[in-house]
Design a protein around this ligand. Structure first.
Ligand SMILES: *Cc1c(COP(=O)(O)O)cnc(C)c1O
Length: 361
């Protein structure tokens, strides 16, 4: 068996140790005589596992005790739709800072149920720079302020938590959660689909301050009420049990590596390595993002001679480097280097890029 170097944007690489453990436990999990997939979510074994996954996530992110943690289905996109329904009155003001494709999508999901205002937009600069905080136009009556912490497609990331407004800050961290240390107490809510930095697709995580949960929100079905999910320990209906279990294994794995601070140091080195290759290529490779807001998780770049792009991807695949094709909305190449992508994989890509440039320049 040979596993490739996987730079897929999502679903993305998982830690090999986690996959091996899941393989070893696939037929019989936890002395239950059955796979975790075959057991009731109402059984004690699953309930205990789910509670432990939550405890581990709380420990990894140092989540203050008053915050609620939910494990939800429907991905980050459903959560984007739930935000106005749960936290804003019908037609109430909500502010969004737009720094890339996923910010656009968050706005699309909120528009039917709230008065969306774009407090600041990077669209004019092609999503290459986060608008300065001093220029954000925030409304006093906004129910919340939404940002996308890391724009997975455009490769633009907030280096720090922005200064909050009067309204709670809600952050889509789908592609950056658990990749760097942060102060959860600065946020009203953090949410993330799992398939980039947590586990397989099918589950999403939400971390929510009680002030938001106390809001009446809008008329909605019980399944669309985040508070209702929390009241039922995220088991209002059948949860994606296998995805939850795998997320729990990833949390344990991260703890073994030394937690978020340890993985952050590795992530910083990985990103520096690739940007150094790009910046040192005499223009053969180009990344257009302002260095102050370059993503550590997704490194998009272009070849100065775009005719070579297909050749680059073909040879990369032949060399065991996969998932490098840029998203269709921007084109080019993108290396996603989430927590589970090792420094060895990044080094293999860096060497390939250097060799390719030498051969073709
Ligand atoms: C992938 C991604 C999404 C969409 O996630 P789904 O789970 O597919 O809904 C939203 N926001 C960001 C930042 C993403 O990277």
């Amino acid at each position: 068996m040979s596993r490739v170097h996987n730079f897929s944007a999502g679903p993305a690489a998982l830690p090999e140790a986690v996959l091996r453990q899941a393989q070893a436990e696939l037929l019989e999990w936890n002395d239950q005589g059955a796979s975790v997939m075959e057991l009731s979510h109402r059984g004690q074994a699953f309930i205990d596992m789910a509670a432990e996954a939550e405890r581990d996530l709380r420990e990894l992110m140092a989540i203050p005790t008053e915050y609620a943690v939910a494990f939800l289905q429907g991905g980050a996109t459903l959560i984007q739709a739930l935000l106005p329904l749960n936290f804003a009155a019908s037609g109430q003001a909500v502010d969004y800072v737009l720094t890339g494709h996923w910010g656009e999508k968050a706005i699309d999901q909120a528009r039917p149920c709230a008065d969306v205002s774009i407090a600041a937009s990077a669209e004019g600069n092609g999503y290459t720079k986060i608008p300065a905080r001093a220029l954000w136009r925030l409304r006093d009556d906004a129910a919340y302020l939404h940002i996308t912490s890391n724009e997975t497609i455009h490769g633009v990331e907030f280096a720090d938590t922005p200064e909050a407004s009067r309204a709670p800050l809600i952050a889509d961290m789908s592609s950056s959660i658990l990749s760097r240390s942060l102060d959860v107490s600065r946020y009203g809510m953090i949410y993330a689909g799992a398939q980039k930095n947590i586990g397989p697709s099918g589950i999403a995580v939400a971390i929510i301050h009680p002030e938001l949960l106390a809001r009446a929100g809008q008329l909605r079905a019980p399944i669309l009420s985040i508070g209702n999910h929390l009241k039922h320990d995220s088991m209002l209906n059948t949860p994606p049990t296998f995805a939850w279990y795998l997320a729990g294994l990833v949390f344990k794995h991260l703890k073994q590596l030394g937690g978020v601070a340890a993985i952050e140091a590795i992530n910083r080195r990985k990103a520096q390595r690739l940007y150094a290759v790009i910046d040192g290529s005499n223009g053969f490779y180009r990344n257009r993002v302002d260095p102050a807001c370059r993503s550590r998780m997704n490194v998009p770049f272009f070849l100065a001679n775009d005719v070579l792009e297909a050749d680059f991807l073909k040879h990369a695949t032949a060399n065991g480097l996969i998932g490098l094709k840029g998203h269709r909305v921007v084109g080019g190449i993108r290396a996603s280097i989430y927590n589970a992508v090792t420094e060895a994989s990044v080094e293999a890509l860096a060497q390939f890029m250097i060799d390719f440039a030498q051969r073709k320049a």
